[in-house]
Design a protein. Structure first.
Length: 471
């Protein structure tokens, strides 16, 4: 039995160059690890500094992660009112209160949810999300299943793909017959949104370097006396004194580049004023450096240095119209999906990821069709509705009455004792024989031929069974 396991392990480790290799030794359902919450949260924006449910990075977002004094504070909440009304709420009812908005709202936002800023940024376009096996991952899985000649549970193979990063791609479909319900996709990097303006802002901020050479030029520090400097309430970036001529442009530029999913008025409400002289001096140092943009292609006149506003005007007039695709359906990689900023699409991604990670039903349907296309065989085994298994060897029933005595003995025993292992069969049919005796070798000799021809099914865990009819 140990030799067989070693042989199986060696076969499982073989793979063509470029194919992914998977661990195909499954554990029982009750012993499986819970779905990886970090990967759920990884669909949140990476720049926000927060993970799932708005928890700071480096700390778990699950129960029991808060400090002891926070957990104990639940016992000190105000008593229920005597007039029959609802209990007093310790949280401030305003969007800025200590408790903040419900967790369900902040769990998928780009920044911590702040009242209407989250609600207004949620997409109104209904989107259907599906995770499907990526081609190289599918090829590696097919090769491993075929090399072992064992039968593997289809749902567990789907769970493997869902648990390993980069093994699935994401298909997005607009779930509405309305012609106005569309998606907008950047042709440069394939990121997608239901808001055209968001895609345009993305192209403006993330792909300007594709068309322009960007140079930093040293200049003079701003003159004058400044007692304070404005600072972004989310990123901490200095925006300049409110009375400086560059302040409004700095606010607009940062909002467009980093927080375009948020309402502009709400974003401005989060701007803070710092009276720290060190912040003022640091802003002067940063303001002394200007940025020039020069087109990479074009005539000498067109390639004259320009400031940001002129570069943005050029992008808006000549680049963006041909870089935005309008579509009802899009297919993106998992990496691209992690970078999507549209709150509605992010929520749909997260919800579908959680459902499929718990029970990958849709991925298993896609695998079933893909395996059949790759000439693998899917069959059901077990009581009731049964469990779908996949194998490279087509199960073919064989009547023991027409077989030679050595094969008939093995088939008859497995018909009466389905789900047994080689060792159990040897102990039952040759109880007095040594494991390495000629008698045991003669008993097992037909087994390899029967498995290779599909007359006996060998499952992933080493158990054996006989196909009895249609599969």
């Amino acid at each position: 039995m140990a030799e067989q396991q070693d042989e199986s392990s060696s076969r499982e480790s073989t793979s063509a160059a470029g194919d992914l290799v998977f661990e195909l030794n499954f554990v029982p359902q009750w012993a499986r690890k819970p779905a990886d919450e970090v990967r759920y949260g990884s669909f949140d924006d990476h720049d926000s500094g927060r993970g799932r449910r708005g928890a700071p990075r480096g700390r778990s977002g699950g129960r029991g992660s808060q400090p002891r004094q926070d957990r104990g504070s639940r016992d000190r909440r105000p008593p229920r009112r005597n007039d029959g009304g609802p209990p007093q709420d310790r949280r401030d009812s305003s969007p800025r209160g200590r408790g903040g908005p419900p967790r369900a709202q902040s769990s998928y936002s780009r920044e911590p949810s702040r009242g209407r800023s989250f609600q207004e940024s949620v997409s109104s376009v209904p989107v259907n999300v599906r995770f499907l096996p990526e081609q190289s991952a599918l090829s590696g899985l097919v090769r491993q299943v075929a090399s072992t000649k064992r039968a593997y549970p289809l749902i567990d193979l789907a769970s493997i793909l869902m648990s390993k990063p980069g093994c699935c791609f994401v298909k997005l479909d607009v779930d509405s017959p309305s012609p106005e319900a569309t998606l907008y996709q950047c042709k440069e990097c394939r990121t997608i949104s239901s808001d055209r303006g968001q895609v345009e802002s993305h192209i403006m901020s993330d792909h300007v370097a594709v068309y322009f050479d960007i140079d930093e030029v040293e200049g003079e520090k701003p003159s004058g006396t400044f007692v304070c400097v404005a600072k972004c309430g989310y990123s901490g970036i200095l925006l300049g004194p409110p009375n400086h001529h560059s302040y409004a442009e700095s606010v607009r530029r940062l909002h467009t580049a980093r927080f375009s999913n948020m309402d502009f008025i709400t974003y401005k409400e989060r701007i803070q004023l710092s009276h720290n002289p060190e912040d003022v001096e640091r802003w002067k140092e940063e303001a002394s450096k200007s940025v020039q943009y020069r087109l990479k292609e074009g005539s000498e006149e067109e390639r004259e240095p320009m400031v940001l506003t002129n570069a943005e005007r050029y992008m808006r007039e000549h680049v963006i119209p041909r870089m935005v695709a309008v579509t009802k359906r899009a297919v993106v990689s998992e990496d691209i999906a992690h970078g999507i900023k549209d709150q509605g699409i992010k929520r749909a991604l997260r919800d579908e990821w959680q459902r499929e990670s718990r029970f990958p039903l849709k991925v298993s349907f896609a695998l079933r069709a893909a395996f059949k296309h790759k000439h693998l065989h899917v069959f059901k085994a077990g009581k009731g509705k049964g469990v779908n298994f996949v194998t490279a060897v087509e199960p073919v029933p064989l009547d023991p009455s027409v077989a030679i005595p050595s094969i008939k003995e093995v088939l008859s025993y497995l018909r009466e004792n389905p789900g047994c292992t080689r060792q159990q069969m040897v102990q039952a049919l040759r109880p007095e024989a040594e494991a390495d005796s000629d008698d045991v070798k003669a008993l097992l000799q037909p087994l390899y031929w029967l498995v290779d021809r599909g007359h006996i099914i060998e499952f992933f865990n080493g158990t054996l069974s006989v196909p009895l009819g249609r599969h």
